[in-house]
Design a protein around this ligand. Structure first.
Ligand code: 13P
Ligand code: SF4
Length: 303
């Protein structure tokens, strides 16, 4: 922490001076998550908190689609992302033209879009969802069939939790698709009684081995209720690092995969963002109006 302390102090000072708030995703490194963030959470939690903030500037420590969602919900605020190249393999797997083509193929079938997408894709959608409310969002539509884009694994998971038919897209999270069922079975053999939590972006053979499947915030809440003695969180690496601080009595076995996009955000870049007001996130108003509607419909469904 000694190496982080000067950055943390400078960031805190600038935040107060400019009435800025730092929203950090659960995958941010501990020095960001515990050192400078004002609000933390999963994608849904960040969107919900973005609506409520009274700050003039939002610094989104996460990936680009999260900053774009915050901007959609706060069109008159300045939203900054410390590294404009913090992308997401799911967001880059589909374009607005792809969604239009899908609609032609399945006329009248509503499009449910995971928030891990660009604003342009959201604008072509009926409603958004996150991993925390995907099933509730699908069921809220009262239809027999939906298109669910772009995560093939999340859409498969949703299809196991509802009677609604789910038409997928072939996108995947480059971090979660690397886990395997064999790997999880090995953790069970090596650590007697281990409790396994997995993110629904993982392939189905991984989810079949897990004791609990949920969003990043869902995992934290579940740990608080269940209090297992030793666990493995099958997700991005910073997750266990951050959660271990909250639950010192739980032993965390820490196999994990790094998200290179999340890791682009660092303390020096956050400081630079506050000093220079870069990189400002903007969304074309014609796109924003339609994308905002899809996000607001999701927020109305809740968690
Ligand atoms: P959560 O919404 O569960 O935090 O997930 C976001 C994400 O990018 C997972 O890879
Ligand atoms: Fe995207 Fe996967 Fe990284 Fe989440 S972990 S931001 S879904 S690439």
């Amino acid at each position: 922490w000694a190496v982080h302390a000067p950055y943390i102090a400078a960031i805190r000072e600038l935040k107060a001076r400019h009435n800025a708030v730092i929203l950090a995703h659960n995958y941010q490194t501990p020095e960001i998550f515990h050192g400078v963030a004002d609000l933390t959470g999963d994608s849904l939690g960040l969107a919900q908190q973005a609506v409520q903030t009274e700050a003039d500037i939002i610094v989104l420590c996460g990936v680009h689609f999260m900053a774009e969602t915050a901007k959609l919900l706060n069109p008159h605020k300045t939203v900054l992302i410390p590294d404009a190249d913090a992308g997401c393999s799911l967001a880059s797997s589909i374009t607005a033209a792809d969604v239009q083509a899908m609609r032609q193929r399945y006329p009248g079938v509503p499009v449910v879009t995971y928030v891990n997408t660009s604003a342009a894709v959201k604008a072509e959608s009926d409603i958004c969802c996150t991993s925390a409310n995907a099933v509730a969002v699908v069921e809220s539509l009262g239809v027999d069939r939906v298109m669910f884009i772009p995560d093939q694994y999340l859409s498969h998971y949703v299809s196991t939790q509802t009677d609604v038919e789910v038409i997928p897209w072939a996108g995947a999270c480059e971090v979660h698709e690397r886990f395997t069922g064999d790997e999880l079975r090995m953790y069970r053999e090596d650590h007697d009684g281990i409790y396994i939590l997995a993110h629904p972006e993982c392939p189905q053979d991984v989810l079949a081995e897990a004791d609990f499947v949920g969003s990043t915030a869902g995992m934290v809440r579940h740990l608080g209720e269940k209090r297992p003695s030793h666990v493995v969180m099958v997700t991005e690496c910073s997750m266990s690092d951050n959660v271990a601080v909250e639950f010192p009595e739980i032993a965390f076995v820490r196999p994990c995969n790094l998200c290179p996009h999340m890791k682009r955000i660092t303390l020096p870049k956050i400081l630079r963002a506050l000093e220079t007001r870069q990189h400002e996130v903007t969304v074309d108003e014609a796109v924003a109006v339609r994308a905002r509607q899809a996000v607001e419909r999701m927020l109305a469904v809740g968690r």
